[in-house]
Design a protein around this ligand. Structure first.
Ligand code: CMP
Length: 390
């Protein structure tokens, strides 16, 4: 410690204009103490009655905000005082004061402090000035904090309102999407009940009922799947996506042939595992393959291609179908975005597939990209981190 700790020199720095006799009185009523670093001299909210003037060293003044965070208000050094607020207001400590270094302080108890205050107008003036400044600073901090909290609350409210709107829109969409196949199935059932249909007509009616019921089941399954994966993160296991893709190709073989689509998978052998939930990943790739076939009304190749990239695995599904207009690209992952027609072609489906794919890939910390040109086709690429980065 190098400063001159003589109280006679430091006191006039704190109380400008103080008379030599008043300095003498202050010294006579106080005692010099020293404390090691990290000593708490004032405890916020405690009833304590010592006034301090720093002769040497530094202290830190902190205040608890929001009942959790301790905010630093100021660092005080030689010539500064603290502990005056509680004494003047007869109140608990307004903040906590902790020594940052070893400190030497002049201490006055409440009686001595009152006595000095009554005899010395310069001490009283300096105290009033400093206290009003400190109170203003503390109030400003509290107000700033309230403003911040009000901002956070407003933001949370906004988010809730947006979520609520999205949920309501989602419900309306589900109801709407259910109504179409339900109405169709129920209409045909009424005709069937009359018992007048026979032969081909009967078969067609049964076929329509069955197709519409299938659509309802598939929508309900998709909605449940989306809700579930949002709520519960499945346990991750090593998954061989090459095998998953082969399984999907097998499942879609018949449908692809019917549509004149040549469905194939390339480079899937010997690809390393990813870490994930195999059912969800299967569903994500299935949705891409399903779309690729659906949106290739003139047939053509649909290719699932694998590529290892450093610590990631890329799986793309490419078709040569109707493609997607550039201004629609940002919307295709939205729930219930679906294309009913392109030129003369009509497309069924409920528009949840890509929303599912995106959600699954996000959950697997992967990325999903799309490149597409109208009338040329689309390529969806998912990139997933490999298991243990192998
Ligand atoms: P008291 O409330 O008795 O105890 C804690 C002390 O911290 C307080 O008196 C002041 O001396 C000091 N203090 C409170 N707020 C501030 C501030 N904004 N700047 C500097 N010191 C402060």
């Amino acid at each position: 410690m190098t400063t001159n700790r003589a109280p006679g020199k430091i006191i006039p720095r704190a109380f400008p204009g103080i008379k030599p006799s008043e300095v003498e009185e202050l010294i006579a009523n106080s005692k010099v103490q020293s404390y090691p670093p990290e000593t708490v001299l004032c405890h916020e909210d405690a009833l304590e009655t010592i006034f301090y003037m720093i002769l040497e060293g530094e202290v830190e003044v902190t205040k608890v905000i929001n009942q959790t965070e301790a905010r630093v208000l100021k660092t005080l050094s030689a010539g500064d005082f603290f502990g005056e607020m509680a004494l003047i207001h007869n109140a608990p400590r307004a903040a906590t004061v902790t020594s940052k270094t070893e400190v030497v302080v002049l201490e006055l108890n409440k009686e001595s402090f009152d006595r000095v205050l009554q005899h010395s107008s310069s001490v009283a003036m300096a105290l009033v000035k400093e206290i009003s400044e400190r109170l203003r600073q503390n109030d400003e901090m509290a107000i700033e904090d309230l403003r911040l909290r009000a901002g956070e609350l407003a933001q949370a409210y906004q988010q809730l309102a947006e979520q609520d709107l999205a949920r309501r829109e989602f419900l309306t969409n589900v109801a709407h999407e259910l109504r179409t196949p339900l109405m169709a199935a129920s209409g045909y059932l009424q005709i069937l009940q009359k018992g007048r249909l026979q032969g081909n007509q009967l078969n067609e009616a049964l076929e329509t009922v069955s197709r519409n019921v299938g659509q309802i089941i598939s929508l309900v399954n998709d909605v449940l799947f989306l809700q579930e994966i949002e709520l519960v993160l499945p346990a991750f296991q090593p998954v061989n996506l090459g095998e998953v893709a082969q399984g999907i190709v097998k499942k879609y073989e018949k449908k692809a042939i019917e549509r004149g689509v040549h469905l194939k998978v390339k480079n899937e052998r010997n690809m390393p595992d990813v870490n994930g939930d195999s059912k969800s990943l299967e569903r994500a790739i299935t949705a891409l393959v399903d779309n690729a076939i659906k949106f290739s009304p003139r047939g053509g190749d649909v290719e699932i291609n694998f590529e290892k990239q450093k610590d990631r695995l890329s799986i793309s599904v490419e078709d040569h179908g109707i493609g997607i207009a550039t201004d629609q690209l940002s919307r295709i992952f939205d729930r219930f975005y679906h294309r009913e027609r392109s030129g003369d072609d009509l497309f069924g489906g409920l528009g949840l597939g890509l929303a599912i794919t995106r959600q699954v890939i996000e959950q697997h910390h992967g990325k999903l990209n799309v490149e597409s040109k109208p009338a040329k086709g689309s390529k969806f690429t998912m990139v997933l981190p490999l298991r243990n980065g192998t």
